[in-house]
Design a protein around this ligand. Structure first.
Ligand code: GCW
Length: 668
């Protein structure tokens, strides 16, 4: 990660720092700012206006400033003196790191910034046993003190004390918090949305005290902490006979729990809830709807200014593949559209960007385009569950930026969120983190670019994916030559397309190995209960989701998207998401579907072979450990890409009997 102490000490040691707080009292963030600067520089801060010949950096926090609370301005004078100004200490913190980034990129300049999305959140899927659901970078940085023995320990000795559940490595958490703050993240949920075992008790003593220690670190970096809660907690840990959200005893139980949390953590953010989904408990069990469920939490959190973030990832995960009328893509809309306007002001609905589940290519979730009176968060998955497990290089910003740019009558989707909200400050983006205990945080060093990039994408609506990659590479490989940096940037910028090329074609999704979601498994989910089908037969492939002859999913969109009803007016890359077509159907590109499948799968592998060569060409110009890490990952990526190519091509060749026009190897 780019903000390391050696770099900072070296870069900043010739500056003098001065902080002025005007009309603002000291808070955790200002204490952090002072101590960070002192610690990095090994120099005390200057307390009064400096009289120095060295360039001065003055940080002014002035409540009278008319900048947005989180915004800042940086003024770089001719003489090298810098003034960073904000109306809040948090804004100052962001301004300080933005200036550091400019220094790191050797591009110091005056500018003013206001973040685009209000909530810029990270979701951890870390579990109390130290594992991370869909984590590909080692164990949790928060939990699981006994490493790999922890599972046995848990189940054999359920009386383990609170201290045993927490890793206790505060410095790693602090580094993580600093990194997140440096790119403007302002909220984090600390545990997995599937709340199991000890995590159900994080909301009560004695676990809460340890959670509080973690939250204090994040608070000092201006980041609000949230906890995921188990909807059934009143029954599981509260000794009640029900968890019905409308039951008075249940409401009283949650109120007591929440009141106590705020005694211990006064700036606690609130709860994240996954309910009635993939086996988790929820309001449907009691004949209630999801507004009843969410509002229960909203009301007990409201007196403390907390919010509840309720996930819209609710679907029937016990589908009969024989029944074509059930379409998982419809689920979020079917479960939530009728509840528009029924959620309290401090309840927020968190919606995955696409209607299925973070595939390489999906259309926008229609819920995000249709809700009119609801606070919404758009959800992304940084951890590369379906995107190569941080083995394959896959810089995913092009996809995310594309998703947030879908148009609606109220502007692009990212602009729409605050415009249709009950409370615009409770809207934004959330994404599942990709970090763990691995030395380089993210398994593949290049996967750091997605974490960095996600935060920059939250902050700015104008940065392109290439600009973000340029920043990340510049900061992470600052000692390398420009040519080397260009090689790394080029690999990143081509990686998302390459990955999509060798995976499931044209938006059909889920041809993934069901055992962990890495590598191909064209029929692994086809006759299964998860509702993720491609319907490939001897004539054609794809899901008919039209209103005329299909599942009616297209009808969930505003009329703006009516072009998706017909294959001729559907973008090629989403054709098989919306339509079942013959293999000989001709795309706008002029290729037939089958030839497109063959061509992209050969092209994807060729691109990965180029990545390998290009990476080899920069050996010696980056840190050996980083070079070796990515080289090793690329070797595995190449094997994976070949596997995808051969299995997908063979799968379609066997079904269709149509040979490759170019006569390349397909297997019978
Ligand atoms: O994609 C699925 C993942 C689950 C995850 C779920 C969710 C946390 O395979 O591992 O559970 O999404 O988003 O809740």
């Amino acid at each position: 990660m780019w903000l390391n102490q050696a770099w900072l000490s070296q870069t900043l040691s010739n500056r003098v720092f001065h902080i002025e707080l005007i009309g603002v009292s000291e808070d955790a963030v200002s204490v952090r700012l002072r101590s960070e600067i002192a610690q990095w520089l090994h120099l005390p801060l200057v307390t009064s206006a400096p009289q120095s010949t060295q360039p001065t950096v003055t940080l002014v926090c002035d409540v009278r400033s008319c900048l947005d609370e989180e915004g800042f301005s940086i003024d770089v004078a001719q003489d090298g003196n810098v003034c960073i100004e904000s109306s809040s200490t948090r804004g100052l913190l962001y301004g300080f790191y933005a200036w550091l980034r400019d220094v790191g990129l050797k591009a110091e300049h005056s500018h003013t910034e206001i973040p685009d999305q209000k909530l810029r959140m990270i979701n951890q899927w870390d579990q109390a046993d130290g594992s991370v659901e869909r984590g590909y970078a080692g164990e949790s940085i928060f939990y699981g003190r006994w490493g790999s023995n922890v599972h046995a320990e848990f189940f054999d000795f359920p009386e383990r004390s609170a201290a045993d559940v927490f890793r206790g490595d505060i410095s790693r958490i602090r580094d993580y918090a600093r990194f997140l703050a440096s790119v403007g993240i302002n909220a984090i949920s600390l545990n997995n949305v599937n709340v199991r075992s000890y995590a159900t008790r994080f909301i009560v003593e004695p676990y809460l005290q340890r959670i509080a220690e973690i939250t204090r670190i994040f608070s000092s970096f201006g980041i609000k902490s949230f906890l995921s809660v188990n909807f059934a907690a009143p029954k599981v840990i509260g000794n009640l006979t029900t968890s019905d959200p409308c039951d008075k005893k249940v409401i009283a139980w949650w109120k007591k729990v929440v009141d106590h949390i705020y005694e211990v953590i006064p700036d606690f953010g609130g709860f994240v809830v996954k309910a009635d989904s993939e086996g988790e408990p929820g309001p449907y069990q009691y004949g209630r709807d999801h507004a009843d469920g969410a509002n229960l939490f909203a009301r007990v959190l409201a007196p403390h200014h907390g919010i509840v973030i309720w996930r819209a990832f609710v679907y029937n995960s016990h589908t009969d593949w024989r029944d074509r009328s059930v379409d998982r893509a419809r689920a979020a809309f079917d479960n939530f559209a009728a509840l528009d306007g029924k959620f309290d002001d401090n309840a927020v609905l968190q919606v995955k960007f696409g209607p299925i589940d973070f595939q390489t290519r999906e259309p926008l979730s229609p819920l995000l385009a249709r809700m009119q009176k609801t606070n919404l968060i758009m959800e992304f998955e940084i951890t590369a569950e379906y995107l190569g497990h941080q083995i394959d290089v896959n810089y995913v910003l092009p996809q995310w930026i594309g998703m947030a740019s879908w148009q609606s009558p109220e502007g692009s989707i990212r602009e729409r969120l605050p415009r249709v909200a009950r409370q615009p400050q409770f809207t934004g983006f959330a994404a599942i983190s990709n970090v763990g205990m691995d030395e380089n945080w993210t398994g593949n060093t290049l996967a750091q670019a997605n974490l960095y990039g996600y935060a920059r994408f939250c902050w700015s609506k104008s940065l392109t994916s290439q600009e973000i990659a340029h920043e990340w590479v510049g900061l992470s490989f600052e000692n390398s030559t420009t040519a080397t940096k260009q090689v790394i940037e080029s690999i990143l910028n081509r990686s998302n397309k390459a990955y999509e090329d060798y995976c499931a074609p044209l938006g059909v999704g889920f041809m993934v190995n069901r055992n962990g979601h890495y590598g191909p498994g064209p029929d692994d989910y086809e006759f299964d209960r998860w509702g993720t089908y491609h319907y490939a037969d001897r004539d054609g492939v794809g899901v008919d989701r039209t209103s005329a002859t299909g599942t009616g999913f297209v009808g969930q969109y505003p009329s703006l998207y009516s072009s998706l009803e017909k294959p001729e007016t559907t973008p090629d890359e989403l054709l098989l998401f919306f339509h079942h077509v013959n293999y000989t159907y001709r795309l706008h590109s002029g290729e037939t579907v089958i030839q497109h499948i063959y061509n992209t799968h050969f092209a994807g592998v060729e691109e990965v072979e180029k990545f390998v060569d290009e990476w080899n060409s920069i050996q010696g110009d980056i840190e050996p450990l980083d070079w070796e890490n990515v080289a090793e990952r690329l070797r595995r990526q190449k094997a994976n890409a070949i596997n995808w190519r051969d299995q997908i091509n063979t799968f379609f060749w066997r079904l269709s009997g149509i040979a490759d026009e170019q006569g390349r190897s397909l297997y019978s």
